[in-house]
Ligand binder design. Structure first.
Ligand SMILES: *Cc1c(COP(=O)(O)O)cnc(C)c1O
Length: 374
């Protein structure tokens, strides 16, 4: 069976984990955590980053930083992972969902402004498949109405919008190192703190509401409870795994892009024949090869294709049951139809894409997709 995803050991993971364990300090913010922080701050010029235990936690930390409370409204896409919305729902916010673009599943930013009112506090964007949302419009709206922007950049490592790294454009950003992402640590995440007003509090909320980080830097002479927080920092063992992955970022990205391109080349003729659609990457965005997806004509066709691939030992998967019609949210939704969200829910299919997928396997998968449609 060709799985949908396979976690990849890129080199020094086990050695660094051993080093971490033998060092006698395996709690958070150790040597490897600092190494990972340095990597992101140097490579992408993010002003401040902090490892978290997941992207979900980075988003929850964002909601705490922005002091979201019941009555606040947060605008975001419906076609996204649960965590994007859940982080704000946990704080009692009212979620206003936006539909996707016709040509890719990112949120249609032209629908944001009519939803803004005096309760609106945050716009959350999600860069689907690592392909940037149209950020100039989002940031201009944030400026005009004095809103915050959080980027759910879970899928967007090493991807750019007009030359700017994703996760570094909004006030805050959240990355994931879950085993299904490009760079992994099993579970793991990162918050980017791009607005210096949040620098100090981001450390405090991440460390159980204490000013422990400032204490260790010698900035205060004792540490204590200074605001309500949680424990969002990962063990240094996790950071050790991540540090090894980051050393191999370029090789991992290169291989993933090669696989992505092979899918594109092999399946283009189906797009030209009008049978399926392939990913659309706007001029302002880069492709970080997080995902290769195809868009079928309808649900029946996609279900048939999944079956056909399964019979040939290929595991392809769909995702994102629209959040606006989820069991938790459907009663809370304001009733606006979001037809494109529903369309992607029914028609989008993700193909296997991982470092160790061989060229032969990619060709085998392409062959069976062509066979199904021709
Ligand atoms: C993977 C993902 C998350 C969650 O990441 P975790 O690290 O598993 O918490 C959130 N949002 C999006 C868009 C994702 O793809």
């Amino acid at each position: 069976m060709i799985p949908f995803n396979k976690p990849y050991l890129s080199g020094n993971e086990l050695e660094y984990i051993k080093e971490s364990v033998m060092s006698g300090k395996i709690s958070g913010d150790g040597v490897f955590t600092k190494k990972c922080h340095r990597f992101f701050e140097e490579k992408y010029s993010f002003p401040k980053v902090l490892l978290t235990t997941s992207c979900t936690d980075a988003l929850e930390l964002s909601a705490l930083l922005l002091e979201i409370k019941p009555g606040d409204e947060v605008i975001m896409p419906s076609y996204t992972f649960v965590s994007t919305a859940n982080a704000f729902a946990l704080r009692g916010a009212t979620i206003r969902f936006i539909d996707s673009n016709p040509d890719n599943p990112n949120m249609d930013v032209s629908q944001i402004e009519p939803l803004i009112n005096e309760n609106t506090k945050v716009i959350v964007v999600m860069h689907y498949a690592g392909i940037a949302c149209e950020m100039d419009t989002v940031m201009a709206l944030a400026d005009k109405y004095n809103l915050y922007v959080v980027e759910d950049a879970a899928q967007a490592i090493d991807s750019f919008y007009k030359g700017k790294p994703l996760g570094g454009i909004g006030h805050l950003g959240a990355f994931s190192f879950h085993e299904t992402k490009n760079i992994i640590s099993g579970e793991g995440g990162l918050i980017t703190v791009n607005d210096s007003r949040f620098s100090l509090r981001s450390e405090i909320i991440r460390e159980k509401g204490t000013n422990r980080s400032a204490f260790f830097r010698g900035e205060v002479d004792k540490y204590g409870w200074v605001e309500a927080g949680s424990s969002f920092l990962p063990s240094d063992i996790i950071a050790a795994f991540l540090a090894a992955q980051l050393e191999n970022l370029d090789a991992i990205q290169q291989r993933r892009k090669s696989i992505w391109q092979q899918y594109w080349d092999g399946l283009s003729r189906l797009q030209e024949a009008g049978k399926i659609r392939l990913p659309h990457i706007p001029d302002y965005a880069t492709n970080n090869a997080h995902m290769f997806y195809i868009i079928c004509t309808n649900l029946e066709e996609r279900t048939g294709l999944i079956q056909h691939l399964k019979q040939n030992n290929i595991h392809a998967v769909f995702h994102y049951l629209s959040l606006h019609s989820s069991p938790y949210f459907q009663e809370k939704h304001d009733g606006r139809p979001l037809p494109l969200t529903d369309y992607y829910t029914d028609t989008l299919l993700r193909l296997p894409l991982y470092y160790e997928l061989t060229d032969e396997q990619v060709q085998y998968i392409i062959h069976h997709i062509l066979q199904y449609f021709e």
